[in-house]
Design a protein around this ligand. Structure first.
Ligand code: SF4
Length: 99
């Protein structure tokens, strides 16, 4: 997560040094307050293109999911995609617990 501003907590993680985004513009990964839907779609697509070549995509995604990262693209997933994934995981766990 080279330039990922909120990634400072992971500065000690070894995978961070191999992040494809370490030299990318951090603004690609985090939405400004006044971002339009169209701008968001373009920014997210550009960020995901960086993630698509990242050798640590799983580490990054696990890190964000484990910390319930509320903002930013991590592991090639947007905030909304992470929320949906976590919801599916919770639902599956509830089903397993009641089975
Ligand atoms: S998966 Fe994306 S956000 Fe995460 S380290 Fe790689 S390039 Fe950066």
């Amino acid at each position: 997560m080279g330039n990922h501003a909120p990634a400072q907590p992971c500065a000690t993680t070894s995978w961070r040094d191999r992040a494809a985004c370490r030299h990318a513009d951090p603004e690609l990964f985090f939405a400004p307050d006044d971002e339009t839907e169209q701008a968001r779609a373009a920014r997210e697509a550009a960020a995901k293109a960086v993630c698509s070549d990242c050798p640590v995509v799983s580490d990054c995604g696990d890190f964000a999911l484990g910390r319930r990262a509320k903002t930013g693209i991590w592991g090639a997933l947007t905030e909304r995609e992470r929320e949906n994934l976590l919801r599916r995981i919770r639902r599956a766990r509830r089903r397993q617990a009641t089975a």
